[in-house]
Ligand binder design. Structure first.
Ligand code: TXA
Ligand code: MG
Length: 377
C-alpha cells in the first residue's frame, strides 16, 4: 500500500497555456426571453468554429461543430485530450441522426423511441458527413440526443450537430455544474452556458450497435436490463467492472485513467461492518502519518469515520443519489488537498454498476477485498 502511494504519478496532463487566451463568458440560463438571444449567440460561436460549454442532464459538455474538423481539433486542444479518443455527436432530432450515419438500424430506432432524448449514446457506422477528426479516426460515430432543454435549444442554434466530450480537463472528474467547467476550462472556451446542477451527474450509457449482439461500452442510467428489454441480447464489456479482466476496453476513452482525484483513492469491499472497521484503521494510520484523509461513505456510515473530509453520497439504497454526488465529492477532495481517500464499495445492480465503474477508474482499480474478520483477502 505505502509502495503504491509512493509510486503514484500525476496523471492530469499539463496543458499548453498558449491556448488559454480566450475571454470566457459565463452565462446564467433561466430567463426564457433572454435565454433565446443568448442561445442564438452561443450557436453562432459554434457555427463560426468556436467552443461553447453547455449543460446536459448527465454532465456538462465542451461543444464544437461536429462537422468541422478544425473545431474538433480545438476541442482536443482545449481539453488536453489525446486525439484518438473520439467525441460524441449531440443532435436534437432524428433527421440529424439519419444524416450522420450510414443507415439507422432497427436496434437504433427501438432505443431512440424508448430512451431519446436522454442519457444514452449509440455507436453506429458514420456517414461521409462526419469528419474523422470528430471520430478519432474511426469509421463509427457516437451519437446522443440529450434531454436537457438548454442543450436541445443550443444544438439547434448551432446547426444541429455538436461534438462534445465532457467539459473537464482530461483526467479530471466530469463537471456537474458550470463553476467546475470554469475551474477547468476558463480561457479555453468562448462561452459557458450555466444551466445549474446536472440532474443526473454521471455520463451517458454507451451502447455499440455495430456489433452483434450490441455491447455496452460504458454503463450509465440506462442499464443493461433496460437495453435487454428492448433488444434481447446485450453484452457487457468484461473490462468495465473488474480490475483483473486483463482485456483492453472497447471504448477508446475507457483505456485512459479518468475521473482521477489528486489524492490516492482506494476502494474497500467486504461485509459492511468489517469495511467501516478497516477504513477506520486506515484513517488512524493516515493521522499518524500526517496525511489529510477523506472518506466516501453513505448516510448510514459517514458519522462513524474520523476523517478530515468525510463525505456521504446519500442513502445506500439510493443509487441515483450516489451517481449524482460522486464527481462533486471527488472534486471537493482536490479542493481540500486530501491525500488519502478511502471509499466504501457500491455493488448493487442497475445504476450502482455505473457508479462502481467510475469509482474503479478514479481509483485506478485499487480495491482491497476484506473478509468478515477484516483481513485482506
Ligand atoms: O453523458 C455524456 O455522454 C457526456 C455529455 C457531455 O453528453 N459526454 C461524454 O463524453 O461523456 P466523453 O467524451 O467524456 O466520453 C465519450 C466516450 C469516450 O470514452 C469515447 O472513447 C467513447 O465515448 N466513444 C466516442 N465515440 C466512440 C466510437 N465511435 N466508438 C467507441 N467509443 C466511442
Ligand atoms: Mg469524459
Amino acid at each position: 500500500m505505502a509502495q503504491a502511494l509512493l509510486g503514484r504519478t500525476q496523471q492530469v496532463p499539463i496543458l499548453d497555456e498558449k491556448v488559454a487566451d480566450v475571454d470566457t463568458r459565463i452565462i446564467r440560463m433561466g430567463e426564457p426571453y433572454k435565454d433565446e438571444a443568448l442561445i442564438r449567440e452561443a450557436g453562432e460561436i459554434i457555427r463560426a468554429g468556436g467552443l461553447v460549454a453547455f449543460p446536459t442532464e448527465t454532465v456538462y459538455g465542451l461543444g464544437g461543430d461536429a462537422l468541422n474538423p478544425a473545431s474538433s481539433r480545438k476541442i482536443y486542444e482545449a481539453k488536453g485530450r489525446p486525439s484518438d479518443n473520439p467525441l460524441i455527436v449531440h443532435i436534437a432530432d432524428m433527421e440529424a441522426l439519419a444524416a450522420i450515419v450510414k443507415d439507422v438500424p432497427e436496434t437504433a430506432k427501438k432505443l431512440a423511441a424508448a430512451f431519446w432524448p436522454g442519457p444514452l449514446t449509440m455507436i453506429l457506422e458514420k456517414s461521409d458527413l462526419v469528419p474523422r477528426e470528430t471520430t478519432g479516426g474511426l469509421d463509427t460515430v457516437a451519437v446522443r440526443m440529450p434531454s436537457d432543454a438548454v442543450a436541445l435549444a443550443f444544438i439547434r442554434a448551432a446547426g444541429g450537430y455538436v461534438a462534445a466530450p465532457s467539459a473537464n480537463r482530461s483526467g479530471r472528474p466530469s463537471p456537474t455544474c458550470a463553476s467546475y467547467v470554469a475551474q477547468d476550462l476558463d480561457g479555453r472556451v468562448e462561452m459557458i452556458l450555466d444551466g445549474g446542477d446536472a440532474t443526473l451527474g454521471l455520463e451517458s450509457t454507451i451502447v455499440d450497435l455495430t456489433v452483434e449482439p450490441p455491447a455496452i461500452l460504458r454503463p450509465g442510467f440506462i442499464t443493461v436490463e433496460m437495453l435487454r428489454q428492448k433488444l434481447g441480447r446485450v453484452e457487457e464489456d468484461g473490462t468495465l467492472f473488474r480490475a483483473d479482466s486483463g482485456q483492453a476496453p472497447k471504448a477508446p476513452g475507457m483505456k485512459y485513467r479518468h475521473y482521477a482525484p489528486e489524492g490516492e483513492l482506494v476502494i474497500v469491499r467486504g461485509p459492511a461492518e468489517a469495511v467501516t472497521a478497516y477504513i477506520g484503521g486506515k484513517l488512524a494510520e493516515g493521522r499518524k502519518n500526517r496525511k489529510k484523509t477523506g472518506v466516501i461513505a453513505t448516510d448510514e456510515t459517514v458519522g462513524m469515520y474520523q476523517a478530515d473530509v468525510p463525505r456521504s453520497v446519500g442513502k445506500r439504497a439510493d443509487a441515483a443519489a450516489t451517481a449524482k454526488g460522486l464527481y462533486r465529492i471527488l472534486r471537493e477532495f482536490d479542493d481540500e488537498g486530501v491525500e488519502w481517500i478511502y471509499s466504501e464499495s457500491f455493488d448493487g445492480g442497475g445504476v450502482s454498476q455505473a457508479v462502481m465503474n467510475r469509482l474503479l477508474k478514479a481509483a485506478g482499480h485499487k480495491v482491497i477485498e476484506i473478509n468478515e474478520g477484516g483481513t485482506e483477502i
